[in-house]
Design a protein around this ligand. Structure first.
Ligand SMILES: [Zn+2]
Length: 257
């Protein structure tokens, strides 16, 4: 078994996931239990206690709980900045086991590591304008669940999303966005049509929420991820981030305890 290359999907989906991943992802896969957080700094001074001092959460619900705890700290301004010290860097230098995938917008105000108060080695993060997906993006989302056993995907839309606002306007006015921006609008057409059918007072905000839900549903049921979701090994959550409060609101798909 080589150490480089993309895994055979069939092999992974039908079993042997951990072993396959371990072989394929040298330097890029699990190392559970070897994630010491810096409790004491080099000079002997106490540093921030890390929630990741123990093994990373292994179940969808545990991963979801960890993320939402981090978001509560972010909302309150009580950040712990876990896993952001040299010892953590060293602990995950050879292998990683992120416990969640976050698919979010490129918006400069929505950095997942801050919004969920996480650190190095905690998250796979994929960001596109309006968190739209295309095959290469979906492949990046699948990477964690299919190769490293990552138990949770969060599709994170956000308040006042400029990409979705621009796409809404272009689709509504039947105009074309400049350059490759039009591809974002094209990717949002399904959400746009569902939004128009709803006839709400704030269609852009409605479209943001619908798009997050649709994206999560598509990931949850695609041929690669559906087997994991059905077994309960993977949760796929859609969520909405408030720029005003910092709070992450779950739209659907919260994993059962
Ligand atoms: Zn956005």
């Amino acid at each position: 078994m080589g150490t480089i290359g993309y895994p055979q999907r069939r092999t992974i989906v039908t079993g042997g996931l951990a072993a396959t991943a371990a072989a394929l992802l040298t330097g890029c896969s699990s190392n559970a239990g070897a994630t010491p957080a810096a409790q004491v700094g080099a000079a002997g001074t106490a540093s921030t206690p890390s929630p990741s001092a123990s093994a990373p959460p292994a179940s969808p619900n545990a991963a979801f709980t960890r993320l939402m705890e981090g978001n509560r700290r972010w909302v309150k301004g009580a950040l712990l900045h876990p896993d952001q010290d040299p010892r953590r860097r060293e602990a995950v230098a050879e292998e990683q086991k992120p416990y969640a995938v976050v698919l979010s917008c490129i918006d400069s105000r929505v950095p997942p590591e801050l919004v969920f108060d996480t650190g190095i080695g905690d998250l796979f993060v994929i960001r596109t304008g309006g968190q739209v997906v295309a095959p290469v993006v979906t492949g990046s989302v699948e990477y964690g669940p299919l190769t490293a056993g990552t138990p949770l995907i969060v599709v994170l839309g956000h308040q006042r999303c400029g990409a979705i606002k621009a796409a809404y306007k272009a689709l509504h006015d039947r105009t074309t966005l400049p350059g490759n921006l039009q591809s974002i609008a094209d990717s949002l057409r399904t959400a746009y049509e569902a939004t128009v059918a709803k006839k709400t007072a704030d269609p852009v905000d409605t479209m943001i929420r619908i798009h997050a839900r649709q994206t999560a549903a598509a990931l949850r049921t695609n041929t690669s991820l559906a087997p994991l979701a059905k077994k309960g090994d993977l949760g796929v959550v859609s969520a909405y981030y408030s720029l005003d409060t910092g709070r992450v609101e779950v739209l659907n798909g919260a994993p059962a305890a």
